[in-house]
Design a binder for this molecule. Structure first.
Ligand SMILES: [Zn+2]
Length: 304
């Protein structure tokens, strides 16, 4: 089947620029917002590269967080300020800061990732990138504005952006996908992610937009998708508990079993991501007394 061509969706002052394949990774969906005085682009994706000649002028770039696919088109806007939440700012300011977000210990994995980020995602440093914080508002003129809502967990600085007057909630990588929440990097945090999921549920918007897959949905569909998205966390934990009830396991064994990715998924970074994601579940279960650490690094759950 031929790949769906990139297309756009106009929502008043905002336009969603869908990437190829509806923004399936490594592609993504970007947003422009145009006011009477200023305009900005949120999360310039790889999907903007083939559109660069006809792309409207913007006055600033906002990144929902500092991950490779969300900054892949930043370099198309070298002359305007780039903004990201203060907690992710080091990732835009320097390549070392960017690499720290992922925290790959294995030098070979790290070197391969560094190459990919520069070559395929066009990463460029921006030492003068500017921090935003929860509650900051970008006034674009008239009644058009973009408000920052800090939603950490996916990364430390991950933020949703609320566009007025259209009442669009741009959710970045709270992407409502069947894969579920991703909290497998050094700067990810499972419990922060859970709090952010509870917080976005309460935000009334007319449209909900994500960077990947789902595109733009209404509140009813958002709530349905969000329920399924949240349920993936409990499903991972339930499968982990069953695995730890069978026999004592190390975190390496947990990682090799795969709870986040399917065993057949050819993911080069599966081991560290599985270890980090499921390690947070193990730590929580130990704190709750549902899993015991029999000896350092070996964990077992009571038979359920
Ligand atoms: Zn991300």
């Amino acid at each position: 089947m031929a790949e769906e061509a990139p297309f756009e969706l106009a929502l008043g002052a905002a336009t969603v620029w869908f990437g190829a394949a509806r923004g399936k990774y490594p592609q993504g969906n970007s947003l422009t917002v145009r006011g009477a005085e200023e305009s900005l682009v949120i999360d310039p994706s790889l999907g903007l590269l083939p559109r660069r000649s006809g792309f409207p002028r913007v006055d600033r770039v906002l990144n929902s967080h500092c991950h490779e696919d969300h900054v892949a088109g930043n370099h198309l806007f070298p002359d305007v300020p780039w903004h990201v939440h203060e907690a992710d700012l080091p990732g835009l300011q320097s390549f070392a800061g960017f690499m720290a977000i992922f925290g790959y210990d294995d030098p070979q994995v790290s070197a391969g990732w560094a190459r990919l980020v520069r070559e395929r995602f066009h990463y460029v440093e921006r030492p003068d990138a500017i921090a935003f914080r929860d509650g900051d508002v970008f006034e674009l003129g008239g009644d058009v504005r973009v408000r920052v809502i800090h939603t950490p967990g996916h990364t430390r600085g991950h933020s949703a952006l609320f566009v007025e007057p259209e009442a669009i909630l741009y959710l970045g990588d709270i992407d409502l996908s069947s894969f579920g929440p991703y909290y497998g990097d050094a700067w990810s945090d499972l419990e922060d992610f859970e709090k952010s999921l509870a917080a976005v549920r309460k935000i009334e918007a007319r449209h909900y937009a994500t960077f990947h897959h789902i595109g733009v949905v209404d509140r009813r569909t958002f709530l349905e998708r969000l329920d399924r998205f949240v349920a993936v966390i409990a499903d991972r934990e339930r499968r982990l508990l069953a695995f730890l009830a069978e026999a004592p396991r190390t975190l390496d064994e947990v990682a090799a079993h795969r709870f986040v990715y399917r065993p057949s998924d050819p993911v080069p970074f599966a081991a560290p991501v599985e270890r980090r994601s499921m390690g947070q579940h193990v730590a929580r279960l130990v704190r709750q007394g549902r899993v015991r650490e029999l000896e350092p690094g070996r964990f077992q759950a009571d038979v359920v």
